[in-house]
Ligand binder design. Structure first.
Ligand code: BDR
Ligand code: CA
Length: 325
């Protein structure tokens, strides 16, 4: 078994648009012994940048007071800013629950992409970028300082869909929300020379936190379990309207789980492109490493690992055990 010390520690910058499932993944990271959260960077997405930054400060104040929070991009690189989606994450982006405790944190003086560049440079080879919103901050960091690609330990992304469970998108028929939020940025991130793993709808739609699962966390797992229950009430209503019998998809948590439990996932290697325009903007397409014909738009780019299968029970058990510990 692995322990909580030394080489197994994952030092994470969490790039996020909280967001209910973002907040669930945040709580997990603050409690997992092999994760050291070194910073949170906000991005537009599930709500405006003002709202997601306020939420990041709230989450850090309540669950990880020592963690720095830096404010990130307000809009995509090139596309117009997205329309608000209060019917998914609530008006306040966290399910409109009553908030406990004071928010005594302030944002870091640096913009998120500068925070990423400087933190990666300060800890060469050690930082994992865990990105669960539109990828704008990561793309801006790469544009600012392309050499960080060689200094990051790895990049783990929640986003995209490769059709393994019959799904290509959730926000459009062809696009997952984080890819659709800034397809140019995602294509930049997947094309940079760093190690990228992509945790998309192929596995997040297989990993469902049911109502009973969430209720058992509420009843047994302290403050964090109660918080996850409270914020997920709003999100669950949206999922039920979309056809789930109950419960929620564990989107962003799945990417956090991948960092510490990649043995629970099956991956496929190959370069990934993201369509940046047209009716399928945000669609992710991988050229599998097993395909030998030439495909110039893929062949010059590095391999990414795309998740195509998951042991969902193991991943859910990891969540429950971590919250209970
Ligand atoms: C992704 O989109 C956002 O709404 C969620 O927080 C998650 O990151 C799922 O497609
Ligand atoms: Ca998110």
């Amino acid at each position: 078994m692995h322990g909580g010390h030394g080489m197994t520690k994952h030092r994470i910058i969490y790039d996020t648009d909280p967001g209910i499932d973002d907040a669930i993944a945040f709580v997990f990271q603050t409690l997992h012994p092999d994760i050291e959260l070194v910073g949170v960077t906000s991005v537009f997405g599930n709500a405006s940048i003002d709202t997601t930054t306020t939420n990041a400060l709230y989450l850090a104040s309540r669950f990880a007071p020592h963690v720095l929070v830096a404010r990130g991009a307000a809009r995509p690189l090139r596309h117009p800013p997205p329309k608000p989606i209060p019917y998914i994450h609530g008006n306040d982006g966290l399910g409109d629950i009553e908030r406990l405790g004071r928010v005594d944190k302030q944002v870091d003086a640096r913009a998120a992409h500068r925070f990423i560049v400087e933190t990666v440079r300060a800890h060469p080879g050690e930082i994992t970028l865990l990105a669960v919103g539109p990828m704008t901050n990561l793309a801006l960091a790469l544009q600012d300082d392309p050499d960080i690609a060689g200094l990051v330990r790895e990049v783990v992304v929640m986003g995209g869909a490769f059709g393994f469970n019959g799904t290509l998108g959730n926000v459009t028929p062809a696009a997952e929300a984080n890819m659709h939020g800034d397809p140019d940025a995602a294509d930049i991130v997947f094309g940079a020379p760093w190690k990228v793993s992509i945790v998309g709808l192929d596995v997040t739609h297989e990993t469902i936190m049911t109502t009973a699962f969430l209720a058992s966390l509420r009843d047994s797992a302290s403050d964090a379990g109660g918080f996850v229950w409270d914020i997920s009430r709003f999100y669950e209503r949206f999922h039920v309207e979309e056809g789930l019998p109950g419960g929620i998809y564990a989107h962003d948590y799945s990417a956090a789980a991948f960092v510490v439990a990649r043995e629970s996932y099956t991956t496929r290697s190959g370069p990934v492109r993201v369509l940046t325009d047209g009716i399928a903007a945000g669609l992710t397409i991988q050229k599998p490493a097993s395909m030998h014909g030439s495909a110039p738009d893929w062949d010059t780019r590095p391999n990414c690992d795309a998740c195509i299968g998951v042991d969902a029970n193991a991943v859910l058990e990891l969540f429950a055990n971590t919250l209970r510990s």
